[in-house]
Write a protein that binds this ligand. Structure first.
Ligand code: NAD
Ligand code: ZN
Length: 351
């Protein structure tokens, strides 16, 4: 089959790779019909995470079940599913508590990042390909209702649950002001998710005009990074935002999110950081009585709720799609998404 293979920074190629096979009874094989390129893939594309080349990229996939192992109970051949970016068993202490990102059995395995992200499961395939082997398939695949098309369903694989996780971690109360740093696809999923919890205003921050325009269309008050701190103070009678969400993954945005929160406010971080440490303003956070939350999203746990919200029309992520390209154009698709060319937002691949 064909897959998008990582060769090094700014070098991905679509090549022939081995067809996936069932290896353990709880595996399923999924023929991919749509895949997403994520901001998380860009950390690898930039060379920010030094890893071994040669693996197939992609952790956002939708497709059709082609084969199931003898231990798979809830899926059958021919079923349309979204594959969670995160592999989880659904049965361990953490999965039962709604924390599949800490799954004890999978070791928090994520598709498409070579051996480094494979957790306890060994090498996992990537979903920017024609097919993928899905371990722990009963809880890693979610059957899709007919009302959710493939383009829409890709958002359920990672970034919509991530935005939702950011909003839940923010503990948003009705009437709150929520400030979201970063208006990429993930930040805009956080904008849509935050609105579900009844804030009086969502302030979206970025420096790219077309991304701010889209945030505005989704109902946020959009503001440039340069004037964000002052605007947030002006719109909260000088207090700062009740909740801030960092959806970028860099120190500048994280510092801004901390500084923009009011006394007693919550800072919720969903950006992925390539660095291992951060100069945390602990004295300031202490005096301001801040709550700090961070983590890999509990994707599998949020998919059922988000699926219903899309199915009933309460959520619609489709305005975020800027490009749908053939899988064979993956190198070009990466280039466009990375350089934010051609008003790029969510870029999807079609095998
Ligand atoms: P993206 O690169 O398309 O978007 C990032 C946006 O942040 C850009 O629009 C950029 O202009 C903006 N930005 C940069 N510096 C800023 C600053 N100082 N203040 C405000 N905005 C700033 O990426 P994306 O696909 O939206 O992903 C965003 C982040 O979410 C990435 O770090 C990605 O790895 C992470 N992510 C996390 C999870 C999770 O489980 N926590 C899941 C998926 C993605
Ligand atoms: Zn992703």
């Amino acid at each position: 089959m064909k897959g998008t293979v990582f060769h090094g920074p700014h070098d991905v190629r679509v090549e022939r790779v081995d067809d996936p096979e069932i290896k353990t009874p709880t595996d399923a094989l999924v023929r991919i019909t749509r895949a997403g390129i994520c901001g998380s893939d860009l950390h690898y594309y930039h060379g920010a995470f030094p890893i071994e080349p040669g693996f197939v990229l992609g952790h956002e996939g939708v497709g059709v079940i082609e084969e199931v192992g003898s231990g798979v109970d809830r899926l059958k051949k021919g079923q349309r599913v979204v594959v969670s970016g995160l592999v989880a068993c659904g049965r361990c202490f953490f999965c039962r508590r709604g924390q599949p990102s800490q799954c004890f059995e999978s070791g928090s395995a994520v598709f498409g990042y070579g051996a480094s992200a494979a957790g306890k499961l060994g090498w996992l395939g990537g979903e920017q390909s024609e097919a993928v082997r899905v371990p722990m398939a009963d809880y890693t695949c979610y059957p899709l209702p007919d009302a959710i098309d493939d383009d829409c369903a890709v958002f359920l694989a990672d970034i919509l649950p991530t935005g939702y996780f950011g909003a839940i971690n923010g503990n948003i109360h009705p009437g709150d002001t929520v400030a979201i740093f970063g208006c990429g696809p993930v930040g805009l999923c956080a904008v849509m998710s935050a609105k579900l919890f009844g804030p009086s205003e969502v302030i979206a921050v970025d420096s790219i005009p077309y991304r701010l325009d889209l945030a505005r269309k989704l109902g946020a008050f959009a503001v440039d990074t340069e004037t964000a701190q002052q605007t947030i103070l002006d719109r909260t009678e000088g207090r700062g935002a009740d909740v801030t969400i960092e959806a970028v993954g860099n120190d500048t945005a994280l510092t801004s999110a901390i500084m923009a929160a009011r006394g007693g406010g919550t800072v919720s971080v969903i950006g992925v950081f390539a660095t291992q440490s951060f100069n945390f303003p602990i004295g300031y956070a202490f005096m301001r009585d801040l709550t700090f939350k961070i983590g890999l999203a509990n994707i599998n746990a949020h998919i059922p709720d988000l699926s219903r919200l899309i199915e009933k029309g309460t959520l619609d992520p489709r305005p975020l799609i800027s490009h749908i390209m053939p899988l064979t154009d993956a190198p070009k698709a990466y280039e466009i998404f990375n350089a934010k060319k051609d008003n790029a937002m969510k870029v999807l691949l079609k095998p």
